[in-house]
Design a binder for this molecule. Structure first.
Ligand code: FE2
Ligand code: FE2
Length: 307
């Protein structure tokens, strides 16, 4: 980041923020820049947004209302300093410092509420704001750690925390937060279904690779409470059934997938491997015919797994 520009922003906020808020800001800068490096975001943009995000936080309510009016932020923000300070900081950064980068401005605008469709930079500022090292609430440290391993998950947790805080304090819940929560929650859910599907396909290919027969994968979401995908395959002999199960277990472990439990290992002609979201059944031909699992799940869609 350009040193002179950084100094200008720093000079502006230093005289306007109390000591505690200034310290918080340096914590947000520190965390945001590290998160930007971690996730390949633009560190200059992260630094700019973090440095200025709370520039208006310590204004008194009259001045804030006046500026909301002056910058035409919207009547909705009158007497809502908690929300207005974000929108104002973005307006001032643009007006007084000529910053027009919409990503930087949005990261500042939505740092309090979040919003549906947040960009990477927006998530970084949102999460850094809530988890920087000077934050002292109970979950702060864990959330900070989570931010570096899974930013989306951390974002969801911070949104939940924000919603809880707003509710407890009796403040008005901004619709942007409600929508952000819904968006992030469903996005992560879709992602986890996608992970399950990928794993089921991988297991099917492994069994096929080791000459398992009649491999099918069924999408049982909505039909079953216990799993998302069900795999059924036939092994030619008891030995092969065991070999197929071991191969799936070994290769899955290499992908970080560990079986929760296995049933029927000792010559029963049916091994069931429970991976939580994916359940794998390897049966002898006669057991498969006898129990006819396909018939039980006949209204479920089969997943394409062959390469
Ligand atoms: Fe703020
Ligand atoms: Fe902040």
């Amino acid at each position: 980041m350009d040193k002179e520009f950084r100094k200008q922003l720093d000079d502006y906020i230093r005289v306007r923020l109390n000591e505690k808020r200034y310290r918080h800001t340096t914590g947000v800068v520190y965390t945001a820049v590290r998160l930007a490096d971690r996730y390949g975001a633009d560190r200059d943009k992260a630094e700019t947004a973090a440095l200025f995000h709370d520039a208006c936080k310590n204004l008194d309510i009259e001045e804030m209302n006046m500026l909301v009016d002056q910058y035409r932020i919207g009547d909705y923000y009158i007497d809502k300093p908690q929300l207005a300070h974000s929108k104002l900081a973005a307006a001032i950064l643009e007006d007084k410092f000529g910053v027009t980068d919409e990503d930087i401005l949005n990261a500042i605008r939505y740092h309090t509420t979040g919003r549906a469709g947040m960009s990477l930079l927006e998530k970084i500022i949102f999460v850094a704001d809530a988890t920087e090292p000077n934050r002292t609430y109970e979950e702060a440290e864990d959330l900070n750690k989570l931010a570096f391993s899974d930013l989306d998950q951390a974002c969801l947790e911070v949104l939940k925390w924000t919603a809880r805080l707003v509710e407890e304090s009796g403040r008005y819940m901004d619709p942007d937060t409600t929508e952000a929560l819904r968006w992030m929650d469903s996005m992560l859910r879709d992602q986890s279904v996608e992970d399950s599907r990928t794993f089921a396909v991988f297991a099917a290919q492994t069994i096929d690779d080791k000459k398992g027969l009649d491999v099918i994968v069924l999408d049982i979401r909505g039909k079953s409470m216990f799993a998302d995908f069900l795999l059924i395959a036939t092994g030619g002999s008891e030995r092969q059934i065991n070999a197929l199960a071991s191969e799936v277990e070994d290769r899955s472990e290499k992908r970080g997938r560990f079986v929760r439990h296995i049933e029927g290992k000792n010559g029963s002609g049916w091994i069931l491997m429970d991976y939580g979201d994916v359940v794998i059944n390897i049966l002898s031909a006669s057991m498969r015919e006898k129990y006819d699992l396909e018939k039980i799940w006949s209204d479920c869609e089969q997943i394409e797994w062959e390469v």
